[in-house]
Design a protein around this ligand. Structure first.
Ligand code: SAH
Length: 271
């Protein structure tokens, strides 16, 4: 890890690692809102919604450091370095991330650099995509009749990284939530089926959860690739795999127009 403290100087600023929640501006915590109001500089990711960016006070410097699959964006080491540099020149530097900064958010990596550079920091949690999706799609992630546990995994399976533990993810009494999994739907299906999860296991793919463009695509593990490659599927999207998905039929209270159409059309197509 690189240490980027500026020699001969002490940092006067503080870094606030803040979770912006999944999209709906009302899901920002009161603390996150207060911290944003005091920000002198805000470094934000592509996942942070425009409604939330609109809350950044006009005097604060806004810096986009977002990542989107396939598009060039600042390398992680550049972001780490920028955070430290800003903390030497600004009082309150907010690092604003989608969802929760400690769930697939690289928040830990950024803080390690900040600590190494002797910069003061605080962490403000956010509502992670899984919680936002569960609430707004009517899919309780645990339920005494269907799932005794829930596992969050990344579907961004890099070939060079550790092998996925499909055996533990295929437990039928567990809900599996896959972040960043859309492009790897086939791998996920093969992994789970190979480890014994049945093909009829219900699956929901929820895109732009908690926003007015939320859409829910419901099917089974067997046709998860069809759901994932639906032409109307817009990123970001999350996969929820498990029996609890069936509860969406009765518990789906948040129904933007587009969501209703997709769910009905898809059900007909997949029959
Ligand atoms: N730190 C974030 C996750 C970052 S990883 C959090 O806690 O939510 C990025 C992945 O999160 C996306 O690929 C997608 O799978 C999921 N995601 C984030 N926001 C989402 C949203 N509004 N709707 C659906 N999925 C979302």
């Amino acid at each position: 890890m690189e240490i980027v403290a500026l020699p001969g100087q002490a940092s006067t600023g503080k870094v606030w690692l803040v979770g912006a929640g999944p999209g709906d501006v009302d899901l920002l915590t009161v603390k996150a809102y207060r911290v944003l109001q005091n920000a002198d500089a805000v470094l934000f990711d592509a996942l942070v919604s425009d409604d939330i960016l609109a809350l950044i006070p006009p005097h604060a410097e806004k810096i986009a450091v977002g990542k989107r699959a396939g598009k060039h964006s600042a390398a992680q080491s550049e972001i780490n370095q920028l955070l430290v540099t800003k903390a030497y020149t600004r009082k309150n530097v907010v690092r604003l991330k989608g969802g929760d900064p400690f769930i697939f958010g690289r928040g830990g990596e950024e803080l390690e650099t900040i600590v190494a550079a002797g910069v003061d920091f605080e962490v403000v949690p956010g509502i992670t995509a899984a919680s936002g999706t569960a609430a707004y799609a009517g899919i309780p992630l645990t339920h005494r009749d269907y799932a005794q546990g829930v596992t969050f995994i990344t579907g961004h399976c890099k070939l060079e990284s550790r092998p996925m533990d499909w055996q533990s993810y295929a437990n039928p009494n567990n809900t599996l939530v896959v972040y960043m999994g859309i492009l790897n739907a086939n791998l996920i299906k093969q992994g789970l089926l190979g480890a014994g999860r049945i093909a009829a296991t219900p699956v929901a793919i929820v895109s732009k959860a908690t926003t007015s463009s939320q859409q829910t695509f419901i099917g089974t593990l067997d046709n998860i690739e069809q759901l994932a490659s639906h032409p109307d599927l817009v990123m970001p999207a999350l996969m929820v795999i498990g029996e609890v998905v069936e509860l969406a039929d009765t518990l789906n209270w948040f129904t933007p127009q587009s969501n209703q159409i997709k769910t009905t059309e898809l059900a007909a197509q997949l029959k």
